[in-house]
Design a protein around this ligand. Sequence first.
Ligand code: 1HN
Length: 342
Amino acid sequence: MIAPPASRAEYVRRIRDQHLAPLWDVLGGLVTAEPKTVIAPYRWRYREIRPTLLESAGVITAKEAERRVLVFENPNLPGESKITNSLFGGFQLIMPGEVAPPHRHIQAALRFIIEGNGAYTLVDGERTFMKPGDFVITPSWTYHDHGNNTNDPMVWLDGLDMHMVRLFEASFREGWVNEDPIEPTKPEYDSIHRYGANLVPVDHKHTAKTSPIFSYPYDRTREALHAMTRAEDPSPWFGYKMRYINPLTGGDAIPTMSTFMQLLPKGYETKPYRATDSTVFVPVEGTGTTTVGNTTFDWEPHDVIVVPSWMKYTHKASEDAVIFSYSDRGPQELLGFWREER
Ligand code: 1HN
C-alpha cells in the first residue's frame, strides 16, 4: 500500500513536477453542458472603417505587405487575429496599379467583394474579375495573386480557415518562383463555364475536396434568391437563404467554411434561432438590425457582424435586404458536432 498524500493540494503540487494534472479540477470547464463562448457579438461599421482602410495604402504597399489586410479582431480576443475562435476575417485593399504577389498555402480563403469593379484574382492559372457581391474562392494549396488594373480601389472581405489549420499544426506555405504576377494558363472564367452549367466534362475525375468553380457572381445568386421569393413563403428563421455548394458533391464550396446568401423582404423579422456554428454576416443590400442576446446592432451594406456559437439571434430588415454569411458549420457537420435550435 502507498500511504495517502498529506492533502489533495499537496498531491496536486507534486504531480505537476511530472507534467500531470488532475482532470477533476477542470472537467466541468472542459466538457460544458452547453457551448460556452468567449467570443463577443460585435459589428464593424463600413462607413467608419473605410477611411481607415484607404489610409493603409499610404502606410504600406500591397507588395511589401504581401497582403494588405486589416484584420477583424474579436473584442474579447485582441492580438489573436480571430473574428471567432475558428475563423479569420479581414478587409483587403488593392489600389490601382498594385499587385499582391503570388503564393500558396494550406489555408483556404473566401473572398466576398465589397467595392471596386474589375480587379482580378488569379487562382490556379485562371483569372477572375471581381464585382461587388461576388463570392470567390481560393482553394487550399492553389497558387494565387491579385492585381488591380482599374482606376478605383478594390476592397474585399477575406475569410480564412487558418485557425483550424493552426489547431492541427498543419500549415504549409510557399512563394511562386519570383514575385512577378503569374501568367494565366487558362481562359478567363474557364471554371464557371466548365462546371457552372449543370454539366461536367465527360472524362472529369473528381478528386479535389473544393468546388471546381472559383467565382459565384452576384447577379446569378441574386436571381436565384428572387426566384425563391416568387415560389414560396419565407422561412421563419432564415427568410430566403441559400448555401453556396460544390456542384460535384453538393457539399460546401469550401470544405472548411460554409457560405450563404439570404434575402429578407422589407419589414421581415426572423424568429430567434441559434446554432453551434459561429457566423460572420455581411449585408450586401438594404438596412436592418440584428439582435444577438441582449445587443441590437443596426446595419447597412458592407458592415460586418459576428454572431458567436449558440447565442440566440434575430435579423430584421427595414428594407429588402440581402446578407452574405460564412461560418464553421460545414466542418462541424463533417465531424458530427453541429446542432441548431429553432
Ligand atoms: C492570404 O494569403 C490572403 O491571398 C488574404 O489574399 C488574407 C490572411 C492570412 C493569411 C493569408 C490572400 C490572408 C492570407
